[in-house]
Write a protein that binds this ligand. Sequence first.
Ligand code: S3P
Ligand code: PEP
Length: 428
Amino acid sequence: MKTLTLQPIAKVEGVVHLPGSKSISNRALLLAALAKGTTRITNLLDSDDVSHMLNALTALGVQYSLSDDKTVCDITGIAGVFQHTEPLELFLGNAGTAMRPLTAALAVSNVDVTLTGEPRMYERPIGHLVDALQQWNADVEYLQQKDYPPLRIRGKALAGGKISIDGSVSSQFLTAVLMTAPLLSGDSEIVISGELVSKPYIDITLALMARFGVTVQNNNYQSFVVKGNQQYQSPGEFLVEGDASSASYFLAAAAIKGGTIKVTGIGKNAVQGDIHFADALEAMGATVDWGYDYISVTRNQLKGIDRDYNAIPDAAMTIATTALFAQGPTAIRNVYNWRVKETDRLAAMATELRKVGAEVEEGEDYIVITPPTILKHASIATYNDHRMAMCFSLVALSDTAVTIEDPDCTRKTFPQYFEVFSTLSTPA
Ligand SMILES: O=C(O)C1=C[C@@H](OP(=O)(O)O)[C@@H](O)[C@H](O)C1
Ligand SMILES: C=C(OP(=O)(O)O)C(=O)O
């Protein structure tokens, strides 16, 4: 297996032009594909998760062209639902932002599609989404195990109506039904049961739907009303914000070992909830400067804090390794759904943090990290989880090297991560 050893880093400094947001890229591609008109998407992310969405759109007959660096996509919308007469199999890797929204959009299309993925995708539940779609009378079948992909979807026209959806495991299920609701022949009301997790991702969904001409009535995140029989409209040009989750590693590095690092492509008005990772860093003691198109962070002595991170589960992983450099314990709470992401992230995080010497308490939905006085060199298993690889790069901001196993797993959302990280770093 390939490994990457990062030697101790004395200082980090510089400017990072962030690659496009994964969450926004995949939403924009799907909405542009369904819309009337041609959309030019710029600053599109080039990564595995986005390739899976693009490949699916190709197989479904959507016409688009990509620039050489794959960050500009001109896409001609189909002005309605997908039409494909032959049965299709679409492989979606481990991309939640492809699997969940496509499941819903295909259920209302003229298709007979099997959705497959990597082995881990078959361990990530999708039952709450399928339950919701079945209330609209969708035909979605589990091919192996109830509540999990792979799925067979025999799409057909759906009439809409009132449904309830469990929001307690993933917001992507609600995102999927919201984006599909305008395509139904009648109006819909979507009622949330359970605590809605990862709420800011719903704001991304609603903001993108609005850019493509569809407004949703949001009743305080308890229920949503969407008019049926609508067509998405191309906004013409669509610029993807920089990825706020990807920004977290650089901002944390500055907080730990800056120098100042400035990330561009996101700022105080960004639609992504993960920009509020910077608030957590500020609460830990870092100095944060916010502009409209940048966030910059400068080092201070950090202290451990105790917080609920349900709204920013992805960036919260970066707090777990930042905690190694804080005084006192850091608690990351209300992140139960870490267990159903790329790996069981609570278990993986606890195991790997212990390898570098941290004292870790792992609960069902939380983790408390107490840093050691001196970090130990370790070979960090990454569990095919891009965020495990990126988070643990921060260990090199100590007097100790760190070895990252399978560093290429960052290709899910940030293939160039380690190159960018090294350009900011001055060796000790
Ligand atoms: O809608 C999205 O783009 C995402 C929502 C979040 O998932 P959950 O809602 O499952 O927490 C997040 O972790 C994921 O990386 C992207
Ligand atoms: C949870 C993640 O991905 P997905 O979109 O596959 O859910 C992630 O990127 O951290």
